[in-house]
Write a protein that binds this ligand. Structure first.
Ligand code: AMP
Ligand code: MG
Length: 535
């Protein structure tokens, strides 16, 4: 189909969500519990002197939006800065609940996100357009409804970086900055600072979370739950028949499969979400709500970037697959009141386990440049790899990228010198222990042996590995560089990162300074290794 690009002012917005589902009759902004409704109408609170700081031209182009002119830019800043609505927009904040760190938290809802409406793209598809940091809503609880610049830059860049990596995610269209400041206690130690706030415009087919259904189950509102499920199904899965008595279970199976695929991707690229509460899980299997997330620098399965979770480490890297299952169990439990056959929901959970194993095994095979991973010997190979990576304290991204080189040369890897030649820049420790070196050489020896029985050609293997092992990931310290520059009003670092992260699998020799291990200065710097939830 031919694409017709429109300028920003002539975009078409719809209000399908609010037309299809019941609203809270109260339209005030006071904090309250909202029953028998999926959302509350609320207008964004204009942010002071909004300015369009960053724009995702890649997403804009897929939505059919023309590159903005100067006039468009100021209109965008007004609309996405909360000053102005366009035809068709009926802004609202959604009501949902959730389990936070394993405990039922009751009603949460969009405390600082406000949906403007759905943008209809040139293919007729609807995209929910949501402002994050647009001011108080009835769900703001004790919060101010705003988001600081640092967390907004992290969400903006990471949404787009994840998309380019092939990881299912919500997207980010713009970042609007402001002269308004808000108080935040970044370290939770009483040192409150005034920080500039910003608004990210997020985009997804919709932002419906597991928690949307959990709150309706907790409130015993099954009719409304069914209505919301029908809306979610009809808008994203037209192939399902709403009249089929098993449609809810069929839909749950899809959610389980998509969640499995998303988590396998996280494990492939070394992403740690940091706050996998059920209110941060999308029923579309999209990565959603970028808060204290991070990327593994040193390969450490026990790592979490979230300081709030430092004790329990519930959301650590290695635990993400089982936490996703736990979250799906919460969703299944909520859906029981509208699904007549609980055993079908149970089967959905089994499908998650299977689908995760399939996706994970496929992505590990791709990372290693093997056609498939099968049998106990390959399991043993994976274990040897895990032990070697843990023992050597190596950079995960650099390790796999270096492995492409190893896979291209037949024969045993003999000397330690070869390790340094390929991975010298990937080790975090100056001195490698003998045991670590032995573990790594041991793995490489089995690996090269294994390659000899694999059917892929050298070229196929290199291509498979290159597209599974990114050269560029949005390491925390890189985002921090963009944040530091943004605080000086400089958008160039953010723009450069956005451009480089668009092609994360390409060599991009001019950007090789962004493909290095976390520098020493960033080891303990705030925002570069660990982050609090303060945002
Ligand atoms: P999060 O941990 O960011 O997913 O947020 C959990 C809940 O707190 C959600 O309901 C958010 O909308 C809400 N929230 C977080 N920060 C703020 C804020 N500054 N103002 C109002 N609500 C907030
Ligand atoms: Mg959230």
């Amino acid at each position: 189909m031919l694409k017709t690009f429109k300028d920003f002012s002539s975009l078409t917005f719809d209000d399908r969500f609010v037309r299809s589902l019941p609203a809270d009759p109260d339209t005030g902004t006071q904090v309250r519990l909202v029953r028998n409704a999926c959302y509350s109408f609320v207008r964004p609170t204009p942010v002071r002197e909004p300015e369009l700081f960053a724009w995702s031209s890649d997403l804009a182009s897929s939505l059919g939006i023309q590159p903005p002119t100067t006039a468009d830019r100021s209109l965008i800043a007004e609309v996405f800065g909360g000053h102005r609505l366009m035809a068709g927009m009926r802004p609202y904040a959604a009501c949902y609940g959730g389990h936070q760190f394993g405990n039922w938290a009751g009603q949460l809802g969009d405390g600082r996100a406000i949906t403007l409406g759905e943008l209809i793209d040139p293919h007729g598809s609807a995209w929910e357009i949501q402002l994050k940091g647009a001011g108080p809503t009835p769900y703001s609880r004790r919060g101010d409804g705003r988001a600081v610049l640092r967390s907004s830059i992290r969400e903006f860049l990471c949404s787009e970086a994840m998309h380019a990596l092939g990881v299912p995610t919500t997207r980010a269209l713009s970042l609007v900055t402001s002269r308004e400041t808000i108080a935040r206690d970044m370290f939770y130690d009483g040192r409150v600072a005034w920080e500039p706030c910003a608004i990210v415009t997020r985009v997804a087919p919709h932002f419906i979370r597991f928690g949307h259904f959990e709150i309706l189950a907790a409130r015993k509102e099954p009719e409304l739950m069914r209505k919301l499920a029908d809306y979610a199904i009809a808008s994203s899965h037209p192939e399902l028949d709403l009249k089929d008595p098993h449609v809810i279970a069929q839909w749950f199976h899809i959610i389980c499969e998509r969640t499995a695929s998303m988590i396998a991707h996280w494990m492939r690229v070394g992403f740690v979400h940091g706050v996998m509460n059920t209110d941060n899980m999308s029923v579309l299997g999209l990565t959603i709500d970028y808060g204290p997330y991070g990327w593994l620098d040193i390969y450490d399965p026990q790592w979490t970037p979230n300081t709030t979770d430092a004790g329990q480490r519930r959301y650590r890297f290695a635990q993400q697959p089982s936490v996703a299952l736990w979250n799906l169990e919460c969703l299944a439990h909520a859906l029981r009141s509208i699904a007549p056959d609980p055993e079908l929901l149970e089967a959905g959970l089994d499908r998650y386990r299977e689908a995760f194993q399939e996706s994970y095994s496929e992505s590990m095979a791709a990372k290693l440049g093997l056609k498939v991973l099968a049998g106990p010997q390959d399991q043993q190979l994976l274990q040897t790899l895990e032990q070697a990576l843990c023992a050597t304290e190596m950079d995960m991204t650099l390790f796999y990228r270096g492995l492409i080189q190893v896979s291209a040369e037949p024969g045993p890897l003999e000397a330690e010198a070869e390790l340094d030649q390929i991975w010298g820049a990937a080790f975090y420790q100056e001195q490698r222990s003998e045991a670590a070196t032995a573990a790594l050489l041991g793995f490489l020896c089995s690996y090269r042996q294994r390659l000899t029985s694999d059917p892929l050609t050298l070229q196929e293997r290199a291509e498979r590995m290159r597209t599974a092992n990114p050269k560029y990931v949005l390491r925390n310290y890189l985002s921090q560089l963009a944040i530091d520059a943004a605080h000086q009003g400089d958008a160039s670092v953010c723009e450069r990162l956005l451009a480089v992260m668009r092609q994360p699998y390409d060599e991009q020799p001019e950007a090789k300074d962004l493909a290095v291990r976390r520098p020493e200065w960033a080891r303990h710097k705030a925002g570069c290794s660990a982050l609090s939830c303060s945002s």
